[in-house]
Write a protein that binds this ligand. Sequence first.
Ligand code: PXP
Length: 239
Amino acid sequence: MAHLAVNVDHVATLREARGAKYPEPIAAAIAAETAGADGIVVHLREDRRHIQTRDVRLLKQVVRTKLILEMAATTGMLGIALDIKPDVVTLVPEKREELTTEGGLDIITHQDNIKEAVATLKNNGIDVCIFIDPDLDQIKIAHKINADMIEIHTGAFCDATSDSIKKAEFSRIVDAAKIGSKLKLGVNAGHGICYNSIKAFKGLNEISEFSIGHSIVSRAVMTGMEQAVKDMVQLIKEL
Ligand code: PXP
């Protein structure tokens, strides 16, 4: 069975929307592990719009499965990774103005910089994954620069607006997973996967881990809404 790594960024998004102390992404991570998550993922963005450095430090102390840190391959972020030492670093591209990560990392263009980042992280005992589009040339470079794993960007498939685009995008993912596996890279997949789109991956056994955040946090808000309102109604009743 493939593993599930749960991304708790958007618990922190809710917290940061109010500058409050809750909800606490650390508590969400513990709950996710209790429910069967195989890993916890956070993206420490340069603009700190959701996850803070403090969250990563605390997660390093409490996560019992595996802590996966998504980050850009900048000097500043590498310094933080070497200091906190997550189990895995997933290198991602980052643009300040984007809503979420748009597209995989272009390791053909940025090969030298990424190769150096991979070596630095690996020399410090951190496994390295690279988030890339399902593009065979990119995957070959990931292998060449000694990445341990790739995470195939599934966004174009998950967000496709027609069946024909969906089909074409899924076949790119299948080819990418097969090539990655053939090159003995660990093959993960993520971005935009929801409770419907996950079903498409049945039988694609080359994928060893799914990284899923927004849909799980969104469902958690809805499945917990009834109890949250009941608790407040009860408190008002007691006034
Ligand atoms: N993988 C990577 C590299 C990401 O940047 C993200 C989004 O933070 C995810 C997976 C999770 O995507 P989603 O929140 O759409 O499930």
